[in-house]
Design a protein around this ligand. Structure first.
Ligand code: 13P
Length: 302
């Protein structure tokens, strides 16, 4: 079948299934182009919770599809490529978090949404990069366990007086962002505004103009008068910004590439709509216990 034939069939099957396609901004261009809604982790969670359709087809990585299922348990959440995991999410497990909680009994746990569902079930509030600081500030108490991303935790800790106990995990593509690449691109585009994601290491922040999640980057560019931007996050975001702002110029701050975000294809999306699978299913007890924490995340911040 031709590429346009597949896209046409996807439209037909989407209507037949009463489905909506949600995609993260790191997805391949062809998936961003076909999606009904493209957004950051927080926007996608809110969209999943409020969608009218009976079926959510999620193009992203597993923890995102699981979060949609936690927030919308009566909808069917299709996840076309079950192998699309997140090594950052996999670096924490529930028994290890409980051990840390026993060491710090006065601290509430704020968990980055890039985490497994059974760990979410042990946390007080989830957060995304868009609202991590607001969540930490907004919860009761002066002591917080923050997991699993150490760079995001460090970025938050620099802006609050609360005491943070930070898990030592990291997103591989972001944490390996190369400072020399950023310096080289900055020397070629000295007039550009530099925006980097808080999952990158602190030396990247020190060279940048703003540290923002992907949704924050879009809002920043929208308000800015600058013409050129260097983008320090997964390269899918350069495509996203270029489609939203065709009158501006964007360059990646070096190679930040997430292989798990790139495995979704139109063929897999079509197969998933036809088969009504693979479906995201979590143990009901874990899903219900995670709901409170994930709901606090969707209620706080922009
Ligand atoms: P956002 O919170 O900006 O969507 O980032 C998601 C993510 O997984 C970063 O690696």
């Amino acid at each position: 079948m031709t590429a346009s034939g597949i896209l046409h069939e996807i439209e037909e099957w989407k209507a037949r299934r009463n489905a909506v396609i949600l995609a993260h901004s790191y997805q391949p261009p062809v998936i961003q182009d076909m999606a009904d809604f493209v957004g950051d982790s927080l926007e996608l969670s809110r969209e999943a919770a409020s969608a009218d359709e009976a079926v959510i087809l999620f193009c992203g990585v597993r923890f995102m599809a699981e979060t949609a299922h936690i927030l919308a348990p009566r909808k069917t959440v299709l996840f076309p490529e079950p192998a699309a995991g997140c090594p950052l999410a996999d670096c924490i497990d529930a028994p290890s978090l409980k051990t840390l909680q026993e060491m710090h009994p006065d601290a509430l746990t704020v968990l980055y949404v890039n985490s497994p569902a059974d760990v979410k079930a042990e946390s007080y509030a989830c957060c995304t990069s868009a609202n991590a600081l607001e969540v930490v500030r907004g919860i009761p108490g002066d002591e917080v366990i923050f997991a699993p991303d150490r760079n995001l935790g460090t970025w938050v800790s620099r802006q609050t007086d609360k005491k943070l106990h930070i898990w030592n995990g990291a997103c591989r593509p972001h944490s390996q962002a190369d400072l020399d690449d950023l310096k080289k691109i900055r020397s070629e585009w000295p007039d550009a505004v530099i925006l980097v994601h808080p999952e990158t290491p602190p030396p990247m922040w020190d060279l940048s103009d703003e540290v923002l999640g992907t949704g924050g980057m879009i809002r920043f560019v929208d308000r800015s008068d600058a013409r050129r931007f260097i983008i320090g996050t997964e390269e899918g975001m350069v495509y996203r910004l270029s489609t939203l702002f065709p009158d501006r110029e964007f360059r990646a701050a070096g190679k930040i590439f997430c292989p798990n975000m790139k495995v979704t294809t139109p063929e897999k999306v079509l197969r998933s709509l036809k088969d009504m699978g693979p479906v995201v299913k979590l143990d009901a007890d874990i899903r219900e216990r995670a709901f409170a924490s994930v709901s606090r995340m969707t209620e706080i911040g922009s």
